[in-house]
Write a protein that binds this ligand. Structure first.
Ligand SMILES: *Cc1c(COP(=O)(O)O)cnc(C)c1O
Ligand code: SF4
Length: 474
């Protein structure tokens, strides 16, 4: 046979071995398919006797949720030294967020390495690792309240709105963007109240009905997991019945922090499924948006839970927050993206960490986002490739991380424009501790700060004018 043809594998008899063009992959390196299974929670002293049926019971999870340092000590006991508990105690005192950690999450933390564990970092504050806030930080940095015509309804973009149905979650995340409202008051912050009251909801529905341009509602909070089954049905139906509404997303961190609810709270999942099914008949899309940040959050329990969601024909997308020491490495983000894909969850966004009070230790630079996005793109399906975005402080909304008008890596200032959302410039600031010592010194002086910001905006204007001249887009 012609050797050339043989090389191409053409005309070879079926019995002949396939000539592989790429080195073969050792299946044991496909870590995204290797999910933690078994009774892993029994590593925690307080859960040594807890059997699977109990651990999978969502009411047991809710009842045994850790809400203060004393409860943490009672659960984790001697896995960490007393000095760690003292550090946590101090951490709470300075935290703008309440604490709430499910037994499931607690069991996934490697307490031997409590300081570096990526899940501990997200949910349990320790005073010794805190950094001072950025001088440009404000509590509602996204201007969600300023853009709210009705309390708890933020209408920023032309055709979509964010409906904060309630202000509680199954866990509280240190990095929460809505620490202005979510959770109970802390020593640091007195919260805006967004209770799950039907009167407030009715005003939101009325507003939505009166805005023909609105087509897309994000139901969030707080967290849709905390809504009762009948509340899911009520909100879902009221929105589906509005002729202008074409898309609804129920946002919940639940699958990442308490996946067993999807296995054992039949009433809740049935309610969501009915809204999705009714929406489908009305040619309206109803989907689930969730929030996984680290591959360790995805276990065999998660897979089982999400398999059930998928079998019901419910589409799930993920929004992730990029955090220092949590998921700011290429390998971690690639693994997260592949593991989500394995569970049929579409990685939708990776947010560059918002400017949030009390969590400067979790923020990364914009450059980190750019580097990770470059390495993630190309590893899997395009529709499983998240878009890296900056939710521009000041109400500019989400901007693709790459789309800055100007980015000064020395001062850590990036400048964005959002022509279809709001006029003006929107600035993002890299954490000060990542900058050179002489620049850190400048950030301490108000006049120097103002000058750095002015220079960045001037550079952005100049860059925009230059590209407008070169462009033919009008
Ligand atoms: C994120 C967000 C939305 C939804 O935006 P998408 O880019 O479509 O996911 C809507 N309203 C507000 C205020 C938001 O912050
Ligand atoms: S689940 Fe979402 S809304 Fe609730 S605390 Fe975490 S980030 Fe905030």
């Amino acid at each position: 046979m012609d050797t050339q043809l043989k090389l191409l594998g053409k005309d070879a008899p079926p019995s002949e071995p396939i000539r592989h063009l790429k080195a073969s992959v050792d299946p044991s390196t496909l870590h995204h398919r290797q999910l933690l299974d078994g009774t892993f929670w029994q590593r925690i002293p307080a859960y040594r006797q807890i059997d699977e049926a109990t651990f999978l019971d969502h009411t047991w999870q809710a009842k045994n949720t850790i809400t203060n340092p004393q409860k943490l000590l009672a659960a984790v006991q001697d896995l960490v030294p007393q000095s760690f508990y003292d550090d946590v105690e101090q951490g709470f005192r300075h935290s703008p967020m309440s604490i709430r950690v499910s037994p499931y999450l607690l069991s996934l933390i490697d307490w031997q390495h409590a300081y570096t564990d990526p899940l501990r970092r997200q949910f349990v504050p320790v005073a010794s690792r805190l950094l001072p806030d950025h001088p440009k930080l404000t509590l509602d940095s996204l201007h969600e309240q300023a853009d709210a015509p009705v309390p708890g309804l933020t209408h920023r973009y032309p055709d979509k709105a964010l409906f904060l149905a309630l202000d509680t979650c199954p866990v509280y995340c240190r990095f929460c963007t809505r620490s202005y409202a979510v959770g109970v008051d802390t020593d640091e912050v007195e919260k805006v109240s967004l209770k799950a009251t039907e009167d407030r909801w009715e005003r939101a529905f009325t507003y939505i009905r009166e805005r023909p341009e609105l087509e897309d509602i994000v139901v969030s909070g707080g967290d849709s997991y905390q809504l009762k089954a009948r509340q899911i049905t009520l909100i879902g139906n009221r929105l589906l019945e509005l002729p202008n509404i074409r898309r609804i997303r129920f946002a919940t961190k639940g699958p990442a922090v308490m996946p067993m609810k999807l296995i054992t709270d039949h009433e809740w999942l049935d309610a969501l499924t009915s809204v999705v099914d009714r929406g489908r008949k009305l040619h309206k899309e109803v989907v689930l948006h969730t929030h996984f940040n680290h591959p360790n959050e995805i276990t065999a329990i998660t897979k089982r839970a999400l398999d059930g969601v998928f079998e019901r024909g419910i589409i799930t997308r993920n929004q992730c927050v990029l955090q220092r020491g949590v998921n700011d490495s290429i390998a971690t983000m690639q693994l997260l993206v592949k593991r989500l894909g394995h569970c049929q969850v579409h990685p939708y966004y990776v947010y560059v960490h918002d400017l949030v009070k009390g969590v400067e230790d979790l923020r990364t630079t914009l450059q980190t986002a750019l580097d990770i996005e470059k390495a993630v793109r190309g590893t899997t399906a395009g529709f499983h490739t998240p878009t890296f975005v900056v939710d521009a402080p000041g109400g500019g909304g989400k901007r693709v991380a790459h789309s800055f008008e100007h980015y000064d890596r020395t001062t850590g200032i990036s400048v964005f424009a959002a022509p279809s959302v709001k006029p003006g410039y929107f600035l993002y600031f890299d954490p000060v501790d990542t900058l050179a010592p002489e620049i850190q010194a400048k950030w301490k002086v108000p006049a120097e700060r103002d000058q750095m910001v002015e220079e960045a905006i001037a550079a952005a204007k100049a860059a925009q004018q230059a590209s407008a001249k070169a462009s033919s887009v009008r």
